[in-house]
Design a protein around this ligand. Sequence first.
Ligand SMILES: *[C@@H]1O[C@H](CO)[C@@H](O)[C@H](O)[C@H]1NC(C)=O
Ligand SMILES: *[C@@H]1O[C@H](CO)[C@@H](O)[C@H](O)[C@H]1NC(C)=O
Ligand SMILES: *[C@@H]1O[C@H](CO)[C@@H](O)[C@H](O)[C@H]1NC(C)=O
Ligand SMILES: *[C@@H]1O[C@H](CO)[C@@H](O)[C@H](O)[C@H]1NC(C)=O
Ligand SMILES: *[C@@H]1O[C@H](CO)[C@@H](O)[C@H](O)[C@H]1NC(C)=O
Ligand SMILES: *[C@@H]1O[C@H](CO)[C@@H](O)[C@H](O)[C@H]1NC(C)=O
Length: 501
Amino acid sequence: MGGFHLKSITFTIVIVLLMWCSAVEFCNANRVGKHWRQSRNSAASLSKKKSKGNHSGHHSSSSGKQKPKIPQPKTPPKQGGSTVFNVMDFGAKGDGKSDDTKAFQAAWAAACKIEASTINVPATYVFLVGPISFSGPYCQHDIVFQLDGTIVAPTGSSHWGSGLLQWLEFTKLVGLTIKGSGTIDGNGAVWWKSVPYDNDPFDDQAKLIFPTNLTFEQKPPTSVRSSLGGKMPSIKPTALRFYGSFNVTVTGITIQNSPQCHLKFDNCIGVTVYNFSVSSPADSPNTDGIHLQNSKDVLIRSSSLACGDDCVSIQTGCTNVYIHNINCGPGHGISIGGLGKDNTKACVSNITVRDVMMHNTMNGVRIKTWQGGSGSVQGVQFSNIQVSEVQLPIVIDQFYCDKSTCKNQSSAVALSGINYENIRGTYTVKPVHLACSDHMPCTDVTLTNIQLKAQLERYHMYNPFCWQTFGQLFSPMIPPVECLQVGKPSSNKIQGDHDSC
Ligand SMILES: *[C@@H]1O[C@H](CO)[C@@H](O)[C@H](O)[C@H]1NC(C)=O
Ligand SMILES: *[C@@H]1O[C@H](CO)[C@@H](O)[C@H](O)[C@H]1NC(C)=O
Ligand SMILES: *[C@@H]1O[C@H](CO)[C@@H](O)[C@H](O)[C@H]1NC(C)=O
Ligand SMILES: *[C@@H]1O[C@H](CO)[C@@H](O)[C@H](O)[C@H]1NC(C)=O
Ligand SMILES: *[C@@H]1O[C@H](CO)[C@@H](O)[C@H](O)[C@H]1NC(C)=O
Ligand SMILES: *[C@@H]1O[C@H](CO)[C@@H](O)[C@H](O)[C@H]1NC(C)=O
């Protein structure tokens, strides 16, 4: 009874706080919960509210109250046929200290109404911007976000409430482009170090890597977690996320030091990323470069990705993905998966990864699935991959487990039509690791022109390993991969789950 009473008092206090909060900057971020949906909705409603308010900044023309008029900056807004909205005209300071979130929201509200308009984030300025959703279900198409300055994330925990899944979000847009020479800086260091992130998965492939000199300690993922004591929320945001959008482009910009993943596309059709950079330290935990999920018709090219986790991570629901001319490293390589976690179904098909340089990465090209999943990965081409000092250049792991133990299960995501061609360079732990499910062997795995040289460094070295892997080998094959079983598995082991995708 007392507990109930206490709860209702707490609840009342929270409500009062929230009402008071709504007048204060950033409180919007405070009250959103873990769910991205919540954050999206409340951020969207905030930006709606602002679009009716005094968002004209230092220029005088103000928007109408009910019938929102387009603000008319003093400078002629037309530039090469596009209507330009400069965030400075909406009150942004760009001094790296003042909170410019409202100015960005106001500029967005204005740009949203005009097809092919441009939001200008000018060079040399640094804009402190809190969590924000550029939400577009009612926006015009083909908006350009011209980013030449720097956008930095706030480092105070108060800006992040109990945790948000993303910092900068673009949703439900058609034809949006982010371009320019600017930088998005997530100020991730405060996140990487401050909390005991029990939720953080570690990379299972680390289990294969043992230093030969035991006095040379390999940093366990936990060492990064300790120091400062829990300040930031345990849910860490992705720096820039696109959701539910068509034909989006990201080019020219750099995203650095994200608290977690740098650039994520979720439920998007038509994604182009080129001349793009990610830059974060090798030991920053779970900082994927580019993360793809439920997205199709994706082109990623001519980009340089350096981070603490997968350079590119391809998750369930992805098809027609073409990745080429990528520099990856440091990082964990280019990965499909983990798929099938918690007995889920995963479907990935038609993935091409070619002309990639990997330097000093944990893995090269990898497919990882959990036991107990279903669905399939079909039609994957890894070619012209140059590795240097890569611990595990070629990996299939159908026993992926980011906890200490996972129980054995017979169901698995079926893997077939996986081609490796022209994979060359140096490795430091094991050249080939193909571990497929007992009940669902990998089929049509072909290795063509594999030339991998051991580089004796400080790790224990292994020979190529295969388990339940069927397919073909085409020479040269250095070192020989005799463990791969040429042909098809016996009929009682034929995969049956393909059509379900
Ligand atoms: C509206 O904008 C003007 C011009 O920048 C500013 O002086 C004023 O304080 C703003 N008013 C409100 C209510 O934000
Ligand atoms: C790549 O982007 C930079 C800005 O970051 C720009 O200066 C350069 O011209 C672009 N290169 C190409 C080939 O588009
Ligand atoms: C092991 O590593 C430590 C620290 O790097 C070094 O001082 C030591 O000489 C190494 N021992 C051997 C046997 O290589
Ligand atoms: C996306 O681009 C493709 C190719 O240019 C075009 O056919 C398609 O209609 C576009 N999608 C939308 C929703 O505009
Ligand atoms: C596979 O994806 C590529 C783009 O990477 C696309 O051009 C091709 O048409 C797709 N193939 C099929 C069969 O859909
Ligand atoms: C799972 O299977 C492997 C290989 O057959 C075996 O070594 C291991 O002990 C099993 N683990 C459990 C938890 O049953």
